[in-house]
Design a protein around this ligand. Structure first.
Ligand code: GDP
Length: 330
């Protein structure tokens, strides 16, 4: 029998990678999308014919029940959220509705329709915030530093609670930052690699950044969706940290990315105090020993490889866009 999976947030970076992974494994893949006046399905454009998309919304309980009832998946992956940290200070309540309460709404839909559905919750290293120990593992206490982080802590614990209260096969993946050429351009990695490509090709002069000293444990999104799937294939539901175990500063990122295009970052990067955050997370580094041991998961892309992959993809894309523009102007 063909296995069915439902992915919320299918139009995002992880949604696109996970959809591809599941299709390759022979799943029937369903995705939940929010209605918008203009569609933004670029990341899944090439998979579109092989996916079934449904309109529903984490803010609307009944729409979720109807969706889960209609699809009757064996696996639900909750990747949808308001996921950008700075926006969470501007819209803390909306962030909580999606990122915190949305998890309960989806779990309620699973519980009502079929509590045997396996559930994956996309939790985040942002929950560790002002870190209590280094590296962080599944036992490290949380101290979130943004409304986003606080909402993710709620999402994590409600997932654990539905496992303990109703024996739902619910897993929380505590994912450290994971990037790719499909990362949103507001996140620092993609903001930098996109700027490098635009500067190299002569359509941008400067790049404004905030805190260059922040350190993150950055991995490749393609590796991280593999861990999500692995969690749902185990005998028992559990929580896992997913990380590379290596950390780098934003400055390291900038140096590598500009270097890849033979540019000296000092000539282009400016600091902008407006991009500093009201409360910052200075450093994150994960200990994924449990995922390695129990799931057999391994990251396959190093940080320098990741930066190269992203710069090269942006150089190619910006180059193509400029060529298209000049062709259509002729
Ligand atoms: P986050 O870890 O989920 O907040 O992922 P981001 O990619 O948004 O930010 C990672 C780190 O880069 C944070 O510590 C930011 O303060 C830092 N950073 C420095 N300059 C920038 C910038 O211009 N944009 C973003 N998004 N982050 C920046």
């Amino acid at each position: 029998m063909t296995r069915k999976a439902l992915i919320t947030g299918i139009t995002g970076q992880d949604g696109a990678y996970l959809a591809k992974l599941l299709l390759n494994k022979g799943y029937e893949v369903h995705g939940m999308v929010r209605r918008a006046s203009t569609e933004s399905f670029e990341r899944i454009a090439r998979l579109r014919d092989r996916l079934t998309l449904h309109q529903a919304d984490l803010l609307d309980q009944l729409s979720l029940i109807t969706l889960v009832r209609e699809v009757r998946p064996q696996e639900v992956y909750n990747l949808a959220a308001q996921s950008f940290v700075p926006t969470s200070w501007l819209q803390p309540l909306l962030t909580s509705e999606f990122t915190a309460l949305g998890v309960t709404r989806l779990l309620e839909a699973v519980r009502l329709v079929d509590p045997k559905i396996r559930f994956y919750q996309a939790s985040s290293s942002e929950m560790f915030g002002k870190v209590r120990q280094e590296p962080q593992n599944e036992q490290t206490p949380f101290w979130p530093r943004s409304p986003y982080g606080v909402a993710k802590v709620y999402g994590h614990w409600i997932t654990v609670n539905y496992r303990e209260s109703y024996s739902i096969f619910a897993c929380s993946g505590i994912m450290f930052n994971h990037e790719s050429p499909l990362r949103g351009k507001e996140f620092v990695t993609r903001k930098v690699t996109d700027a490098v490509a635009r500067i190299k090709l002569g359509v941008q002069d400067k790049l404004k950044l905030g805190n260059l000293d922040a350190m993150r444990d950055w991995g490749f999104a393609g590796d991280y969706v593999q861990a999500m799937w692995m969690m749902l294939q185990q005998q028992q539901p559990d929580d896992y940290v997913v990380a590379t175990g290596q950390k780098h500063s934003v400055r390291d990122l900038v140096k590598l990315a500009f270097g890849r295009a033979d540019l000296d970052w000092h000539d282009y990067v400016q600091s902008d105090p407006k991009l500093l955050r009201p409360a910052e997370i200075n450093t994150l580094r994960g200990d994924a020993s449990k995922a390695r041991k129990v799931l057999g998961w391994e990251p396959t892309v190093t940080f320098p490889e990741l930066v190269r992959m992203m710069v090269d993809a942006d150089l190619e894309r910006v180059g193509r866009e400029l060529a298209d523009q000049s062709n259509s102007a002729q």
